[in-house]
Ligand binder design. Structure first.
Ligand code: SF4
Length: 210
């Protein structure tokens, strides 16, 4: 079976198993998603969702966040890893959005990745989920699952993104990212994959039977 065919089969099975797979970060506009995604680096989405409720109430726009003091932002986000660095990124990114992008989040990969604290994964999450632009965001779950399923030729996220984009039709990139991510979060766990209960065990070269 060709790799594209094997990938299609796996995505089909995952769609049936995880019909509600989606991004777990809560947001109501592109700015909120950008902020939530910057905060989510190395942090659980559930904790980020609790924090952004307060953050967005106090500072709902790039203008408001750019005028916040670093200590005000740090006080709200202090339970997250790297909170000092993230507070700086949020403030600087907000200022740049106000000064260079008329207070809007740009729907362009190169412009997004020029913002402080915004790497390719964050930019792709924003493009896909806020603007519905086809993009594959390779987070830790997508990377791990892609490697175990034998679809990744290296451990580099940008190489994995290239590998996946060559195997998945562009119109399915966003959905595939959610499905592979859900498999990683629920079943193909980092420390101990739950292969016997995995819906794609039959199609996985790394399957462990017990
Ligand atoms: S069979 Fe095991 S290693 Fe393969 S994707 Fe499923 S949980 Fe991961």
């Amino acid at each position: 079976m060709e790799e594209k065919e094997r990938m299609a089969k796996i995505l089909d099975i995952l769609e049936k198993r995880f019909p509600h797979a989606r991004l777990l970060l809560e947001f109501s506009n592109p700015f909120e998603l950008l902020v939530a995604t910057i905060l989510a680096a190395q942090a659980p989405d559930e904790r980020v969702n609790q924090i952004t409720k307060t953050l967005f109430q106090r500072f709902p726009t790039p203008q408001a966040l750019s005028h916040a003091s670093l200590s005000e932002i740090e006080e709200i986000i202090h339970s997250l890893p790297y909170y000092r660095q993230k507070a700086r990124s949020l403030k600087e990114t907000s200022s740049i959005l106000v000064e260079q992008f008329a207070g809007e989040v740009p729907p362009e990969l190169s412009e997004l990745t020029s913002l402080p604290g915004v790497g390719r994964k964050t930019a792709n999450i924003v493009l896909a989920n806020a603007f519905h632009i086809p993009a594959i965001a390779v987070d830790t779950h997508v990377a791990r699952v892609s490697q175990r399923l034998g679809f990744a030729s290296s451990s580099s996220p940008s190489e994995i993104e290239k590998d996946l984009s060559s195997l998945i039709p562009q119109e399915c990139w966003i959905r595939a990212t959610h499905l592979l991510g859900f498999l990683g979060r629920t079943t193909c766990l980092a420390k101990k994959p739950r292969c016997p209960e995995c819906p794609v065990q039959e199609w996985c070269p790394s399957s462990i039977s017990s």
